[in-house]
Unconditional design. Structure first.
Ligand SMILES: *Cc1c(COP(=O)(O)O)cnc(C)c1O
Length: 447
């Protein structure tokens, strides 16, 4: 019996010995290289981490709706729990219970990691649950988080008001800070225990880029052997236009709700990084259950197949739309990363852009001539672009930060961040660029 081939072509015994769960044995070696050529993420998104022969030949992974997984024998069950509880390093070798993981989530995590060549990745129920799980895994009372500012509003709330209640302290530097300014904040923070350095680049809505290489150099110089990890929210430019792990970051955080999901039809988050950091964060996720569900994971697998197509098109569209808007008589200024190179006074930011980014993205700030009245008239006149917050979807969105996402920010801070009444935030989608230009033209005329 033992040499009767299983669907995977391996004797049944070997299969159970390897993982304890037959369905998780990958029978066919996966092709990641052809003739020394390393396959690109856009190619790997169609098959990486999934073998159809394990699911009745189904070309696409089925959605595995189950809360728990059957062990082949008691010893295998015990081995899994040794992995889950950390008694044995490396995590569970098979699937155990759906708060810990599932087939759809594992395929998603394998594919997410591919984009930034991360050692490992985790999927979460939202961007915020990813960030909250990261923080809970990394900090304890009395610790300090050093962060760039401004951050996504809910992240600032989480650090200042939620973790603050548990005795966690924070110190921040402005997103565009120089090495000297970063050093000054790090030196002050180093008098306490810095558990985490947390960045977000570009900052919203200022679009200021953080010099991740300078932050890493500063951290290395000031902290010596006991280095706190550097985590960065890469939602606005990743994974296509910026890959922070290649510039000194240890952990990358995503709201997959935005460009990665890309169709404005789901909420999810991701964390990528070294195996050691991901293991720490996974243990916390296993405890509190912030994993994404199988259905959302499946939708994200579909999204990843077109990620490069969508982001490339959105990026090209944004370049065309911004080139048009920039010289319009009713426009004061366009805050688009692609223009940094020829903006007077933006030499430092342009230098960071040149070193870190491969594209300007498709989310930018449009400063109209006038104030709230002009902004509202423009927004209300749009026919193609939808009036909604969020970004990174196939459709173009426009919103008014001062009156919407940043309404509760105190006036002085709004002023400092450049969140003025004439600011409109735009996220360009994958529509026809000339149609979008026609829409913006008529909306500007309507002011
Ligand atoms: C949207 C967003 C988040 C939060 O993500 P959710 O998926 O809404 O929880 C975090 N950071 C940035 C930069 C975002 O744009």
């Amino acid at each position: 019996m033992s040499d009767t081939p299983t669907p995977t072509g391996m004797p049944a015994e070997t299969e159970a010995d390897l993982t304890g769960v037959a369905a998780r044995v990958a029978p066919k070696p996966e092709v990641e290289k052809i003739g020394g050529r390393k396959l690109k993420p856009s190619t790997l998104m169609m098959g990486h981490g999934y073998d159809p022969s394990l699911s009745e030949g189904s070309l696409k992974p089925p959605i595995f709706l189950t809360s728990t997984f059957v062990f082949p024998n008691a010893a295998a069950g015990k081995r899994h729990f040794e992995g889950v509880t950390g008694k044995r390093p490396g995590g569970a070798e098979g699937l155990v219970y759906s708060r810990f993981n599932g087939p759809n989530q594992e395929i998603l995590e394998d594919r997410l990691g591919v984009w930034e060549e991360a050692e490992d990745a985790l999927a979460f129920s939202s961007g915020m649950s990813a960030i909250a799980t990261l923080f809970l895994a990394m900090v304890k009372p009395g610790d300090t988080i050093v962060h760039s500012g401004p951050l996504y509003a809910a992240t600032e709330t989480l650090i200042g008001r939620v973790l603050g209640k548990f005795g966690v302290k924070w110190l921040d530097f402005p997103a565009g800070a120089t090495r000297e300014e970063i050093d000054a904040v790090m030196t002050e923070a180093a008098t306490g225990n810095v558990a985490l350095i947390y960045l977000e680049s570009p900052a919203n809505p200022t679009n200021a880029l953080v010099d991740v290489e300078a932050v890493a150099a500063s951290r290395d110089a000031i902290f010596g052997d006991e280095k706190p990890p550097i985590a960065i929210d890469n939602t606005f430019l990743g994974p296509l236009w910026f890959q922070p792990l290649k510039h000194g970051a240890d952990i990358v955080v995503y709201s997959l709700t935005k460009y990665v999901g890309g169709h404005s039809d789901l909420v999810a988050g991701g964390v990528l990084g070294t195996k050691a950091h991901i293991n720490t964060i996974r243990t916390m996720r296993n405890t509190i259950g912030t994993i994404t569900d199988p259905n959302t994971a499946w939708m994200l697998l579909r999204s990843l197949e077109t990620l490069e197509l969508r982001m490339s098109r959105a990026g090209e569209n944004a370049a065309k739309v911004c080139a048009y808007l920039r010289h319009h008589p009713k426009v004061e200024r366009v805050g688009y990363l692609g223009f940094l190179a020829d903006e007077p006074g933006a030499e430092r930011q342009a230098d960071i852009y040149r070193r870190h980014c491969t594209g300007g993205g498709s989310t930018f700030s449009l400063y109209l001539k006038g104030g709230e009245r002009e902004s509202f008239a423009f927004l209300d006149a749009l026919k193609i672009a939808k009036l909604a917050v969020s970004l990174g979807g196939t459709e173009t969105l426009a919103s008014h930060p001062a009156g919407m996402t940043h309404l509760s920010v105190p006036d002085a801070r709004k002023q400092a961040l450049g969140i003025t009444d004439n600011l409109v935030r735009i996220s360009i989608g994958v529509e026809d660029a000339d149609d979008l230009i026609a829409d913006f033209t008529q909306a500007l005329e309507a002011i």
